[in-house]
Design a protein around this ligand. Structure first.
Ligand code: ATP
Length: 629
């Protein structure tokens, strides 16, 4: 946004023009509501800005007296006094500026601190739907650079409007009080300086943007063609010459642009300095004619003050011309941030939420209908009952709605109609925290934080003892692996756990859920192929766990399905069959088809893994290496 050099801030990009915010009284009121808690400090800043702007002008006015009373009046005492006064005033103005800067930064930091925290807390309350449908980059930009923008608005835009208006008004008032003819001349000169400067600034800004685009294109070519896969493609298709020509052409364009940009910069400064010196000369000329021919009262000091003040007009006028742009930008920024604040919280705690002492983890779905988007129903009249201590397996083709069913239990989404109970209480009436504490999910995609194994485990239970950690790892069948690591539980798992194999990650996440010790355990079996040893290890871990607690298994493998007390077959969001494996296979329906096409295939793997499990424990290397594949 600020790329276009010193003058770049004065122009809107096409995108900014297209998305001009609608500034309403309500929006302004809201912006000011954030400033309100700091009104005392704001008042102080106002006073400081006014004082320092006026004091800053004062030395220019004193120059007139130095010349008239000190130099022309030939008074040494006056000269020294006025010079000392001028220095003291400058020092005073600068000291006030320092204080004002501190206050300004302080307020801006506090306001953005409040906003950031509010935004973070708000985003945490957003539903799964929000995070799925919004680009993660956008969310982060909103949290970081948009809020940084607010800081900039407060520290620079607001202050600059104030100090420029005050400086301009005071300078003009002083000039007119001295001599209206010269003052008017000064005002008339301003456009002479401002118009060419802004023109040159715009040209320069356009060129900078063009060269930025060109630079992006060059980087694109480099990224594409100098990567491993890019180079392989180039080589295999014999495109070396073609790519070289493409790169060379882009490079040549860049050179031309760079030269143009640098020259535009030169012209820019030439125009500024020429016009900046024309103004004073005109004042000297007209002032001189007035003084020598027409008006005896005009002094040399008056003319000098006019010249000095004239140069003080350019800066504020230019800044104030940019204000419209800054204003639009600031309002756009606030609008974007407020849009996020206004996103409705979909899943909220009931105001009279119930927090039971304990729950048995039983689940009942009765006539549940659900859709993610209004026009596409995903679950149709789903009913089933899972009694405490029992387990169900949900099976069905990909996309049939298995994960959706389980997402409704911890209220990642709410069903549109029907009733879901957990421990015989409507989930919507249960305290959300309690509900989520008591539902543990081992999902297909294991999410681990970049940290140690221990840190990842403690996330589930921060006060877990070493013994508890080890016991959970043993149950999850991951302890052997951890022991083999040089640093044991303190082994780093890498970004998102990438240093671990899929099987190890799953077992670690089982250990994590065991530490959480939920009343209901949901195991969403990975569809991705794990080798048979990994699979057997997971199987070995979950079987006893499932036997002991209320659980739901989204199963893709026969071995998992067989552990459950009941099987629910889901197709296109309907529960089409339910019962025991032996009955279902014989029925010749969806389950039989799944069995023939999917589960049977896995039987070989299960068979080989059970053979492996029963065989003497493999040596460490042979046991772990295939796991990593
Ligand atoms: P798999 O076995 O492949 O994991 P599944 O049976 O678990 O599949 P779901 O993930 O429940 O299937 O998806 C059911 C349907 O809902 C699919 O058609 C899917 O495209 C759709 N769906 C899933 N998540 C969303 C979402 N967040 N927004 C919109 N539609 C979704």
């Amino acid at each position: 946004m600020m790329r276009g050099g010193p003058m770049g801030r004065g122009y809107l990009t096409e995108e900014e023009k297209a998305h001009r915010p609608k500034v309403t009284g309500q929006l302004l009121k809201r912006v000011f509501s954030y400033l309100k808690p700091y009104w005392k400090q704001m008042g102080l800043i106002l006073i400081a800005i006014a004082l320092s702007s006026l004091l800053n002008l004062y030395p220019s006015i004193l120059t007139g007296r130095i010349i008239d009373e000190g130099l022309i009046g030939r008074s040494m005492a006056m000269l020294v006094r006025l010079i000392l006064l001028s220095l003291a005033v400058t020092l005073g103005a600068n000291l006030i500026s320092v204080g004002q800067n501190y206050l300004n930064t302080w307020i801006a930091q506090h306001i953005t601190f409040d906003m950031r925290n509010k935004m973070y807390a708000h985003l945490q309350r957003m539903s799964q739907r929000f995070f799925i449908s919004n680009n993660q980059g956008d969310i982060i930009t909103r949290m970081t650079s948009d809020i940084d923008g607010v800081q900039r608005v407060i520290t620079s835009t607001f202050t600059s409007i104030l100090s420029n208006v005050i400086t301009l008004a005071a300078a003009l008032a002083t000039m007119y009080s001295r001599n209206w003819v010269l003052a008017t001349l000064g005002v008339l000169i301003i456009p002479l300086f401002i118009i060419p400067t802004r023109r040159a600034g715009k040209t320069r800004w356009d060129l900078t943007r063009e060269s930025q685009a060109c630079n992006d294109a060059i980087n694109g070519i480099l990224n594409e063609t100098l990567s491993v896969s890019g180079q392989t493609l180039v080589k295999l298709f014999g495109k070396e010459q073609h790519e070289y020509d493409r790169y060379k052409a882009a490079n040549k364009k860049m050179i031309k642009l760079n030269i143009k940009e640098s020259m535009a910069g030169r012209w820019f400064f030439m125009i500024i300095s020429t016009f900046a010196s024309i103004g004073p000369m005109l004042i000297y000329l007209v002032g001189g004619i007035l003084m020598l021919r027409y008006d005896q009262n005009i002094t040399v000091g008056d003319i000098t003050v006019m010249v000095a003040l004239l140069s003080r007009l350019y800066g504020p006028v230019n800044s104030l011309l940019n204000i419209q742009v800054e204003w639009i930008r600031s309002m756009a920024l606030f609008t974007r941030i407020f849009e996020y604040f206004d996103l409705p919280v979909e899943i909220e705690n009931d105001p009279h939420a119930i927090t039971p002492v304990r729950t048995d983890g039983s689940v009942v779905f009765s006539h549940v209908n659900f859709s993610y988007e209004p026009d596409r129903q995903i679950l149709h009249d789903v009913s089933f009952e899972l009694k405490a201590g029992r387990s169900v397996a949900i099976v069905g083709p990909s996309g049939s709605g298995k994960s959706t069913i389980i997402n409704l239990i911890p209220r990642l989404y709410d069903c549109q109609s029907g009733l879901i109970t957990f421990g015989n209480i409507n989930v919507k009436k249960l305290d959300l925290n309690f509900l989520r504490k008591n539902v543990g999910i081992v999902s297909q995609e294991t999410y681990l934080f970049n940290g140690t194994i221990r840190e990842n485990l403690l996330y589930a239970k921060p006060d877990a003892t070493e013994e508890e950690l080890i016991a959970a790892c043993k149950k999850a069948n991951i302890y052997d692996f951890i022991q083999k690591q040089e640093t044991g539980l303190n082994t780093m798992v890498g970004n998102r756990g990438l240093k671990l194999s899929g099987g190890e990650k799953q077992r670690l996440s089982i250990a994590r859920v065991l530490l959480k010790n939920p009343a209901l355990l949901i195991f969403d079996e990975a569809t991705s192929a794990l080798d048979s040893i990994s699979e057997a290890k997971i199987q070995e871990a979950i079987e006893p766990i499932i036997a002991q607690r209320t659980s739901i298994l989204i199963a893709h493998r026969l071995s998992t399905i067989l552990t459950a007390d009941e099987i629910l077959v889901v197709k296109d969001g309907h529960i089409v069959e339910r019962g025991q494996h032996a009955d279902l296979v014989r029925r010749g329906g969806v389950y039989t088809e799944l069995y023939e096409t999917q589960f049977k295939k896995a039987i070989a793997a299960v068979h080989s893994s059970s053979v492996l499990l029963k065989a003497p424990r493999p040596s460490p290397s042979s046991a772990e290496n295939p796991d990593r594949s």
